[in-house]
Design a protein around this ligand. Sequence first.
Ligand code: EPU
Length: 308
Amino acid sequence: MALPDLASQLEAQLGEAVSLNTSVSDLTTYRLGGPVAVVVRVFSENDLVTVGQIISSAQDEIPLIVIGRGSNLLVADSGFMGVGIILDGDFTEVKIEPGLRLTAGGAVPLPVVARQSAAAGLTGLEFLVGIPGSIGGAVRMNAGGHGREIREVLDRARIVDIQSGKTRICRADDLDFSYRSSNVKHHEVVVQAELRASLDDPDACRKRIDDIVRWRRENQPGGANAGSTFKNPSGDSAGRLIDSAGLKGLRVGGVVVSEKHANFLQAEEGATARDVYELMKLVQRKVKESCGIDLESELHTVGFDENL
Ligand code: EPU
């Protein structure tokens, strides 16, 4: 089954939840990049299994991305000839239960988790306020900041394999977490996570959140970017290395290495995904020349000849 037939089947089953040739610029924090051939908004696990069955029945392998909040995604200007999944509905719920456990759907933004837990007088999740992604994306890549990572607070994750339709419920130890990485596959969707916290005074929690927000404003740029572009090499900081190589202000087209934090590549008006990609390659080459270190992309790049 080719992509247009697949799109028709998805539309027949899921109606308006399916949209064709949607510009990814509306779906990512970079606000650039080409169209995604088929975008499906899934509202429940049943929807997700239906999408999986249709995709798996296609003869050709259909490329798949889970778009999440698009805070770590760079899609080529020529677009993505596959299916992009966005979680919605059931996956946007947060439940706080007695027993100091917070359950959040895969689509819930991390800052929402941080603020809701703080308001309920739970501490331990404040660091999530500084990370722009969703719970599902955070589990997949073991997102972190302010000295903490999601693996430290994750109790259990519920993960649906789109290819097989099977669900696995994992403890943090089952996910082979390491720095910005886990064993969650590209055809798996993290639909829910249970996080641990402990009791504290809501005002104290709120103050910690305010401190993190203030720190970010002082140290990281706003505007169109995807946060840290490169992973930190062991024992060092990608931002420090790019800065030491004298690359702040380096530009390709409409994209520039931020003066505020060198690991952020800022997109200006008229920037293209190709500009971001070429600037990433240039920064990698210059840092290698300057200190011999290979910087590895933290962004998920889609539709380019080579993954960075
Ligand atoms: N530095 C420079 N020049 C720069 C930027 C940073 O010299 O242009 C130096 C800083 O002075 C500091 C060191 O590099 O000594 C580390 O910088 P920072 O404290 O800003 O932290 P980071 O390692 O660059 C990490 C995460 C961020 C997270 C912050 C805050 C990675 C790749 N990045 O940044 O995560 O917000 O810590 O905890 O792990 C993200 O993943 O998208 C992200 C923004």
